[in-house]
Design a protein around this ligand. Structure first.
Ligand SMILES: [Cu+2]
Length: 373
């Protein structure tokens, strides 16, 4: 869309303006602010070329030494660009049961077999592995992963299916897979006798029950370390008899964070691991289509996280375990492990921000855009 840069520029303008007041409340502020306002006016007057030039000029530091975009990025820790570490957050949004892989590659990790009652046996091959991942442009984190990615590959079944997971620990610490859901204690992956040591394997088997949006994570000790290092993923169970409206698009979003200096606090926040990824690569959707978001909060060390969406409201199904929404809102807050299904429709085209309404988290990476066409 041709106005992307303008809109992104405007977004950065407001963000930068807010930051200027926060960090540089000196008397130069008004002059800088006026310059930004002038540039923004060119955009709103439809003078696209002049507008882009004006923003570029500010961006290039030709304007009172003040560099809008750079300042905003630096304050947000979003300097530079991402390389490719094998994980693409845009693909992750719409990937479950390894459906992003070609068939011959997919069958190494996932297989489904019809059972006599019509339900499916779903088999997964999951391994734990230590791997360095890129969590902000140029910032690498020594993660513990499932199948080399954070969050793990999404597991998705229909209520009543049988899930069987062949888990192998290729990492350097004892790990497990602990699923939220209804199952036998021997499949809970939470006690010391359940730990799967490096080089060992274990097979988890349980019914997909109840329907909803759930999660799985390692439950080895220290738990906060095994979670914050990256061992978690989304587990979606679809209702057998679904009376909800049919979505046009489904997106998996895991709110996570990283403690890069091991001080027990997070330095980088995100949805789906990479800080500001969806600000740099907005999520493309269409006006009036129904977007169903499977939202999970797994952030360690901070007691509360939230999801706020601009310019529209959503139906929220808490934990996704009922067929009727229990809220109509534009913000939801979650403790660790909490999750919801959000049904979203945009009434207008444009670029719309979504972010944690915990400003610190937003400024450290947890913000992005929907680009509505
Ligand atoms: Cu672990």
């Amino acid at each position: 869309m041709k106005n992307n840069k303008i809109i992104l520029g405007l977004g950065m303008f407001f963000v930068a303006a807010a930051l200027i007041f926060l960090f540089f409340p000196d008397k130069n502020t008004n002059a800088e602010f006026d310059e930004l306002k002038e540039a923004a006016k060119l955009c709103s007057d439809g003078k696209d070329k002049d507008c882009i030039e004006a923003f570029n000029s500010i961006h290039n530091g030709n304007s009172n030494g003040f560099n809008t975009q750079k300042t905003a990025q630096e304050k947000f820790g979003a300097e530079g660009s991402y390389g490719y570490d094998g994980f693409d957050p845009t693909n992750y949004l719409t990937t479950w049961n390894f459906n992003n892989l070609p068939e011959d590659e997919r069958e190494k990790y996932y297989k489904e077999t019809k059972r006599p009652d019509g339900s499916l046996l779903r088999e997964y091959w999951i391994y734990a592995e230590d791997k360095e991942i890129e969590i902000a442009p140029g910032v690498f984190f020594p993660a513990w992963t499932y199948n080399g990615q954070v969050p793990a590959p999404t597991i998705r079944a229909t209520e009543g299916d049988l899930i069987r997971i062949y888990f192998t620990n290729k990492g350097t610490k004892p790990h497990t897979m602990h699923f939220h859901g209804i199952h036998n204690s021997s499949m809970d992956g939470a006690m010391t006798e359940d730990f799967v040591y490096p080089g060992q394997s274990f097979t988890y088997e349980f019914d997909a029950d109840p329907f909803g949006v759930h999660l799985f994570h390692c439950h080895s000790v220290p738990l906060k370390q095994h979670i914050s290092k990256g061992l978690y993923g989304a587990y979606i169970v679809d209702p057998k008899n679904d009376a909800r409206p049919k979505p046009d698009k489904e997106l998996v979003m895991v709110m996570n964070a990283f403690d890069t200096n091991l001080d027990g606090e997070n330095e980088v926040y995100a949805v789906n691991t990479k800080a500001f990824y969806y600000a740099i690569n907005p999520i493309k959707v269409k006006k009036d289509e129904l977007i169903r978001i499977y939202l999970i909060n797994i952030v360690e060390f901070d007691p509360i996280n939230s999801f706020h969406l601009h310019a529209t409201f959503f139906d929220e199904y808490s934990t996704g375990t009922k067929l009727e929404p229990d809220a109509y809102t534009d913000i939801t807050s979650m403790v660790q492990g909490e999750r919801s299904i959000l049904d979203v429709k945009f009434k207008y085209t444009g670029m719309y921000m979504f972010h944690a309404h915990v400003s610190e988290f937003a400024e450290l990476g947890w913000m992005g855009f929907f680009e509505v066409e």
